[in-house]
Write a protein that binds this ligand. Structure first.
Ligand code: ZN
Length: 373
């Protein structure tokens, strides 16, 4: 019960890449870089285990950015001529590569990290890939054409490539494949209309657990400013969850702690596992186990305990390594406390039941002779 995991990314050590950046520059090249990526992956596998997490990830140490890490292995994308583009509905500008011809995978994308992960932990492992709609929102198109038709065509093309890699990750022994779709929270109508279909195409034929992560973004200033414009109640999930509930995706990861998402929206995900965000990624303040257990307790009103998986609100990539480590520990300790609380409540009810049973016997002893009379 309450198996813990992170949403996906973790900070890169300073010997691997620039720190506290979303698009950090690598500190090495060639074989030295490949080795450094592997070393950082191993380091975070150990750190997640030491913190007491139940489901382990690669911390996305081998990709510069959660979307562009995948795109680097796709033929038909020009990385040499990046252009500035407003992403997430112009929330912030990013330098993005351009799609210039038909898309094809150059080969495996994440074999090294997935195989390292499987070889170095006996726990369940989760692997993240960007979702098709979020990819479409993080790349410039010079091939598929303007408008929604072009976007759908491009999303479906990426979904096929994601599916190839997802099936290979499953063969590597990955237990949970999670697609990250922060764009679902920005283009809600399009997400419900075709985003979920593209997601299902990416997950086609997978027999391992499938998941989608939908958040309000990393803890960067542009996202904090955007959140401040969203008002008292954030109801974006309300528009997407019904389509996801009908979909074949098994788990949904969402943002909860320190957000203005009404908890009762979780009830819309009937029949799905819910990864509840109990760790804030926009603040360096470390959550107490009590705070984490309280958030779990609030979510339990809307999702069965066997379907609740405590998680972080989003990735921890732009944070300091020290803060991220403490947040992992808080997550594990908070989930442990929530389990204790449930055990305590169960014990209480067992004792009540015993008392009632005992009273019933006494009552029977008292009343039976009379009835016989
Ligand atoms: Zn996220």
């Amino acid at each position: 019960m309450f198996a813990t995991s992170i949403a996906g990314s973790l900070p890169k050590p300073e010997w691997l890449a620039e720190t506290q950046k979303l698009w950090p520059q690598w500190k090495a090249e060639g074989d030295a870089l490949r080795q450094a990526k592997a070393d950082a992956t191993l380091l975070w596998i150990k750190a997640q285990e030491d913190a007491g997490l139940d489901i382990i990830g690669d911390g996305e140490q081998a990709r510069q950015h959660f979307v562009h890490g995948f795109l680097e292995q796709v033929e038909g994308i020009d990385f040499d001529n990046k252009v500035k583009m407003g992403i997430r509905n112009n929330r912030y500008d990013a330098m993005v590569p351009q799609v210039v011809s038909a898309l094809k995978l150059k080969g495996r994308v994440h074999a090294m990290e997935a195989q390292l992960l499987r070889a170095h932990t006996k726990k369940k492992i989760k692997f993240t890939l960007p979702g098709p709609m979020t990819i479409v929102d993080t790349v410039a198109d010079r091939f598929y054409g303007e408008g929604v038709d072009g976007r759908i065509k491009m999303a479906m093309a990426f979904a096929e490539l994601l599916n190839q890699e997802a099936l290979a990750l499953q063969a590597d022994g990955v237990d949970i494949i999670q697609f990250d779709e922060p764009a679902f929270n920005v283009y809600m109508e399009e997400a419900a209309d075709w985003g979920v279909k593209a997601l299902e195409r990416a997950a086609l034929g997978l027999t391992c657990t499938t998941a989608v992560h939908i958040c309000y973004g990393y803890g960067i200033q542009a996202n904090v400013d955007w959140k401040n414009t969203l008002g008292h109640e954030w109801r974006q999930y309300e528009k997407i969850f019904p389509a996801l509930t009908k979909s074949s995706i098994d788990q949904v990861s969402l943002e909860c702690f320190h957000s203005h998402v009404p908890m009762d929206l979780i009830a819309l995900l009937e029949g799905k596992d819910v990864m509840v965000g109990v760790i804030d990624v926009a603040s360096d303040t470390i959550e107490t186990p009590e705070e984490v257990a309280d958030t779990i307790g609030k979510a339990l009103k809307f999702v069965n305990k066997d379907r609740l998986f405590p998680c972080t609100n989003c990735g921890l990539a732009p944070m300091s390594r020290e803060v991220a480590l403490k947040k992992l520990e808080a997550l594990a300790k908070g989930a442990a406390l929530a389990r204790e609380r449930i055990a305590g409540v169960n014990l209480f009810f067992r004792q009540i039941a015993l008392c009632v049973h005992a009273s019933q016997q006494e009552w029977d002893l008292f009343t039976q002779p009379r009835q016989k009379r």
